[in-house]
Design a protein around this ligand. Structure first.
Ligand code: NDP
Length: 262
């Protein structure tokens, strides 16, 4: 656990919780929310990644709070949420960003037969059960306040025929779209919006370097002719968290450079 900070007169700041905030898209969302004036808490699975991100962000302790927590470990997540509340306030914005996408063992073998039940369960657990658990955990306080923003990071793989991702990844991300709609309907009367962002190919540790064969072939399918950036995803998350997006709920916003299949 990184050093706890005392609450220190930051009472007017909104509190955001970002899962998987140590790298890639999550890290840029954390950075963007910090720039927008939030107090930001994030979790990730590896201590060295959490510490590196905290050092990179180089932010005052009363603005940033991070711990190494796996989103599938419900008790630890609950304790972390309690400690955010004790230190700052209730969470106003939840960004369910943490996600995993296993690689094929043998590139030419069919995905379905390559996916073990354990691997299926793990991907669903991180990518879908984690967001559900956190939404369920945070919704009561948001309802009590009459406001809140929930943003789920889905994927093009859950919207179109997945060209690269496996069945577990595609199913988890398609599930997030349905979960987003169901939760949006539930929570709308309480002033809470729930939306999903579905990025196409964004270069990160998850997707690997631009020159990897899988990325070169992905690039050929993107009409704008380039990969997306984590910052571009973070801009949309910031917009959805803002008062300007108050009438948007249950939506899935595609950020794909024009890549899509109905
Ligand atoms: P990265 O692999 O670069 O980063 C993922 C982050 O999530 C890491 O900080 C990782 O922690 C954290 N994480 C993974 N599993 C858990 C877990 N069980 N509990 C807590 N934290 C966890 O991924 P991206 O930034 O590329 O992807 C972020 C999200 O965007 C994912 O949901 C992904 O599916 C989605 N997405 C990404 C696309 C892309 O092209 N990059 C396209 C479409 C969707 P640690 O650093 O400790 O390992």
């Amino acid at each position: 656990m990184l050093k706890p900070a005392k609450a220190s007169g930051q009472g007017n700041r909104r509190v955001a919780l970002v899962t998987g905030g140590a790298r890639g898209i999550g890290l840029e969302i954390v950075r963007r929310f910090l720039n927008d004036g939030y107090q930001v808490a994030f979790v990730a699975t590896r201590t060295e990644h959490v510490e590196r991100a905290v050092a990179l962000l180089s932010c005052a302790e009363d603005r940033l709070y991070a711990e190494r927590i796996d989103v599938t470990r419900h008790k630890e997540v609950e304790e972390f949420v309690d400690s955010i509340r004790a230190r700052w306030d209730d969470i106003a914005v939840l960004v369910n960003n943490a996600g995993i996408s296993p690689k094929r063992v043998e590139p030419d073998a069919p995905w379905l037969s390559q996916t073990s039940l354990d691997e299926w369960a793990r991907v669903i657990d991180v990518n879908l059960n984690g967001p559900f658990m956190l939404m369920r955990l945070l919704a009561p306080a948001m309802i009590a306040k009459g406001s809140g923003r929930i943003i789920n990071i889905g994927s093009l793989a859950g919207r179109a025929v997945p060209m690269i991702a496996g069945p577990h990844y595609a199913a988890s991300k398609a599930g997030l779209v349905g979960l987003t709609r169901a939760a949006a309907r539930d929570l709308a009367p309480h002033g809470i919006t729930v939306n999903c962002i579905a990025p196409g190919r964004v270069l990160s540790d998850l997707t690997g370097p631009a020159e990897a064969l899988v990325n070169r072939s992905a690039l050929s399918r993107i009409p704008v002719g380039r990969f997306g950036t984590a910052e571009e995803v973070a801009h949309v998350a910031a917009f959805l968290a803002s008062p300007m997006a108050g009438f948007i709920t249950g939506a899935t916003i595609d950020i794909t450079g024009g890549e899509f299949a109905a």
